[in-house]
Design a protein around this ligand. Structure first.
Ligand code: SAM
Length: 350
C-alpha cells in the first residue's frame, strides 16, 4: 500500500483500483503515511503558511431545492435574508482591517433577475479593494452572467459538482437540476478565465466508494485550482435529515490524495469537517489542506445560514477569532499566510 502512495506522489496519478484501495484501506499506519506524504508535498510548495479567506454568506434565499441542503427553497423553517450592498462592504471592510485579502461571497441561488445587482456588488468590492481576490460561490447561472461577474472583477468561482455519477446526482437533486448543466457551468467558468473550484460532499446519501473514485477521476481530468471537500452533515428540516453523517477520516484521505495529485491546489479544511470533529480544522491541515475560511458575515445572520445541523459558527471559525485560529495553527507548527494565494493550473501545467 505504501508503494501506491509513493507512486501517487511521484506520478500524481493512480488507476481507479489504486484510488479505491486507498479509500478502503483499514491499516492505520498506511493512512498516517498517506497524510504525512501529502503534508510533506504541501509544505514543499507552501511552507507552513495556511491561506485564509473571509467568507461572506451573502444570502440564504435559494431558487434550488437540493435535497441535502438546509437552505433549499422548500424549507419553510428558514428565516430568509439577503445582505445589502452596504452590509457586504462593511463585512469586507472589517475583513480587510483584520488582514484578509480574499473575500468569498457564498450563498443560495438568487432569482435570475438579481444578476444585475450581483454584478454591481462585485464591481463595488473590486473598486474599494483593488488588491483583494474576489471568489464567488453562488451556484448555477447562464454563461453571460458568469462573464459579466468576471468582467466586474471576480477572480475565482467555487461550484462543487457534488457527484459525477449522473444517477447519484439525480437522487440528491430535484428533476429540474442536472449533472450536465453543472458540468457545463464548470466548463464555462474555466473558459472565462476564473480560477475554478469544484468538489463533493463525502458520505452524501447513496454515495459508494465507486462514486468517490468517479469523482476523483473527474477532478483529476478537470484540473481545478481549488478543491472543496467536506463531509455531508444532515439538516433536520430536509428530506435527507435522518441520513448518516459523512466520515472525517474519508474526507481527510481525499485531502491527501488531492494534495499528492495537485501539489499546488488550494484545498480548504472545511467548516463541515470542523463541525463533525472537534479538531477537524487541524486534522484537515495535517492531511494536506492549506486554506481556511473564517466567517465574516454579520453576526446577526450567521445562525440563519443553516446548511446543516450544528454548523460551527463561533471562535476560530469566525473572523473575529483570528487570534484563536493563529494559536490553533501554531499547535501544529503552521501559521496564517495573509497573501491572496493566486494559482492557475494552466500556468503550472503549461
Ligand atoms: N448555491 C451554491 C452552490 O450550490 O454551489 C453555493 C452555496 S451551497 C449551500 C455550498 C455548498 O454547501 C454546496 O456545494 C454543498 O456541497 C454544501 N452543502 C449543502 N448542504 C450540505 C450538507 N447538508 N452537508 C454538507 N455540506 C452541504
Amino acid at each position: 500500500m505504501r508503494e501506491l502512495i509513493d507512486i501517487l506522489r511521484e506520478q500524481r496519478h493512480l488507476d481507479s483500483s489504486g484510488y479505491k484501495a486507498l479509500l478502503e484501506c483499514d491499516d492505520e499506519g498506511v493512512v498516517t503515511y498517506l497524510h504525512e506524504q501529502a503534508r510533506e508535498v504541501g509544505d514543499e510548495v507552501f511552507g507552513k503558511g495556511i491561506f485564509v479567506r473571509g467568507l461572506v454568506e451573502l444570502t440564504n434565499v435559494c431558487r434550488n431545492d437540493c435535497l441535502y441542503c438546509g437552505i433549499r427553497k422548500s424549507n419553510t423553517a428558514v428565516e430568509r435574508y439577503v445582505l445589502t450592498t452596504e452590509q457586504v462592504l462593511q463585512s469586507c471592510q472589517q475583513g480587510y482591517g483584520l488582514g484578509f485579502r480574499t473575500f468569498v461571497l457564498q450563498g443560495g441561488e438568487l432569482p435570475r433577475d438579481k444578476a444585475p445587482w450581483l454584478i454591481e456588488l462585485v464591481a463595488a468590492i473590486r473598486h474599494y479593494y483593488p488588491d483583494c481576490a474576489i471568489t464567488l460561490s453562488l451556484g448555477e447561472w447562464p454563461r453571460e452572467v458568469y462573464a459579466a461577474l468576471r468582467k466586474a472583477g471576480a477572480d475565482r468561482y467555487l461550484l462543487r459538482h457534488e457527484s459525477h455519477n449522473a444517477e447519484h446526482y439525480a437522487r440528491l437533486h430535484p428533476a429540474e437540476m442536472s449533472l450536465d448543466n453543472r458540468l457545463q457551468c464548470l466548463a464555462w467558468l474555466k473558459e472565462l478565465g476564473y480560477q475554478v473550484g469544484t468538489g463533493i460532499m463525502v458520505g452524501s446519501p447513496w454515495q459508494s466508494l465507486n462514486h468517490i473514485v468517479e469523482d476523483i477521476e473527474f477532478i483529476e481530468g478537470f484540473k481545478p485550482e481549488m478543491i472543496g471537500i467536506g463531509p455531508f452533515v444532515p439538516q433536520h428540516d430536509t428530506p435527507l435529515g435522518k441520513c448518516a453523517t459523512g466520515s472525517a477520516d474519508l474526507t481527510c484521505r481525499l485531502y491527501s490524495i488531492f494534495r499528492l495529485m495537485f501539489p499546488s491546489a488550494l484545498i480548504p479544511s472545511t467548516t463541515a469537517l470542523n463541525t463533525i470533529a472537534a479538531d477537524g480544522r487541524t486534522m484537515g491541515i495535517m492531511a494536506g489542506a492549506n486554506v481556511v475560511m473564517p466567517n465574516l458575515s454579520p453576526t446577526a445572520v450567521r445562525a440563519n445560514y443553516t446548511l446543516y445541523d450544528g454548523k460551527a459558527i463561533s471562535n476560530a471559525e469566525a473572523a473575529e477569532g483570528i487570534a484563536q485560529l493563529n494559536k490553533q495553527l501554531a499547535t501544529i507548527g503552521y501559521h496564517i499566510n495573509w497573501g491572496r494565494g493566486d494559482f492557475n493550473q494552466r500556468i503550472i501545467n503549461s
